[in-house]
Write a protein of this length. Structure first.
Length: 375
């Protein structure tokens, strides 16, 4: 930049004093030209590089979803339907794994659920029987209580013997014990119902997990996009407790990311950037072209501002190198522009401060766009 401005200034001096001879070169004019001009150039250069942030580190990003089979038990791939780098829609089948182990588990647990339901029915029927036994025992106890009281009254009147009274008292005690036993049986029957229902819930939960494994045996596309770097082959073992990603799914850009590039801006003038400011972008893949856009938002954090949770105190706070901050720029024609993820380029953001100082930056951006043909 400074060499370009100095060359332009020298060209103007040559045209004025040598080529066109508009002015006669004298000592005072030479002193002014040698001092004032360079000072103005330095001031312009300072304003350009400070008030209009420039970045030579611009990237195009795209989200990639790791596809991880979710089965709890590992199984082998039986069929791969997706083609690498071919568009797929959300819900399309990517690949399938052997479903026989999962189907057998589902069948076994379905039978276990049916058995558990029968156990609940048997336990509930036992409760009904126990309740009827308690009702009958209460009725018998009430009758025996009346018999005991009547026998006691008759014995006091000497109408029955002591032996007959003892027999009535024994029958009363037997009936009371029968009621206690019936209540205990009812309590045990109700506990059996709760236990049977608990086993039923466990069986249904296990069946749900098995059905989930069976459903996950057919792996579907999580969104619109495509699969790239497809290395998965039929016969490979996937899934299980230590399941790892088996393919990379590149999802289509959402409206939030469409036509957006990321520029890394140094700290010295990052705080001057605000949303909706005018920006220009040069991409390596489009030599000779300059794209205009607007700042979408700024991201006020970098990796140096994060500490990982641990039980140890940090010895330092990261690298001594000054961090750069990300600025998201939406290109004006980004909706129709082809932006391969990983593309690199340059960007400049023009703030409201000293607008004239943005002219050298604009010239630099256009020069860089043409230099992309050879660099």
């Amino acid at each position: 930049m400074i060499w370009f401005l100095a060359g332009m200034y020298c060209l103007v001096l040559w045209l004025v004093f040598a080529k066109w001879k508009l002015l006669r070169l004298s000592l005072p004019i030479a002193i002014v030209a040698a001092s004032t001009g360079p000072a103005l150039l330095v001031a312009l250069l300072f304003c350009s590089q400070y008030y209009h942030p420039f970045s030579n580190d611009v990237h195009v990003l795209q989200k990639v979803i790791p596809v991880v089979p979710q089965m709890s038990q590992a199984s082998r791939v039986t069929r791969i339907t997706v083609q690498p780098n071919s568009p797929v829609r959300k819900g399309d089948v990517l690949f399938e794994v052997d479903t026989v182990p999962y189907e057998k588990t589902v069948d076994r647990l379905t039978a276990a659920v049916a058995e558990a339901k029968q156990s609940v029915s048997v336990a509930e029927a036992s409760v009904e029987v126990s309740e009827a036994t308690v009702i009958r025992a209460r009725s018998d106890l009430a009758f025996m209580t009346a018999e005991r009281d009547r026998a006691k009254m008759l014995m006091e009147k000497m109408a029955i013997s002591q032996e007959q009274f003892d027999e009535a008292l024994t029958r009363y005690q037997q009936t009371s014990s029968a009621l206690t036993e019936a209540n205990s049986g009812l309590k045990q029957a109700r506990l059996s119902v709760e236990l049977a229902k608990s086993r039923l819930d466990q069986a249904e939960a296990s069946l749900g997990n098995a059905q989930y494994d069976l459903d996950q045996a057919t792996v579907l596309a999580p969104a619109d996009g495509y699969v790239t770097n497809l290395q998965l082959e039929e016969g490979m073992l996937v899934g299980g407790p230590a399941a790892a990603p088996v393919m990379s799914f590149v999802r289509d850009r959402a409206d939030y990311d469409r036509g957006v590039v990321i520029a890394l801006i140094p700290q010295k003038n990052y705080l001057l950037i605000e949303p909706e400011q005018y920006a220009e972008v040069v991409l390596d893949g489009y030599p000779g072209r300059l794209f205009t856009g607007r700042v979408l938002n700024v991201i006020d954090i970098s990796g140096a501002g994060q500490l990982s949770a641990s039980g140890e105190l940090p010895d330092d706070l990261g690298s001594a190198v000054n961090s750069r901050f990300a600025v998201r720029i939406r290109l004006d024609d980004g909706e129709t522009l082809r932006l391969p993820a990983g593309s690199h380029g340059l960007a400049a953001v023009y703030t409201k401060h000293v607008p004239v100082a943005g002219i050298p930056v604009m010239v630099l951006m256009r020069m860089q766009s043409w230099l992309k043909y050879v660099m």
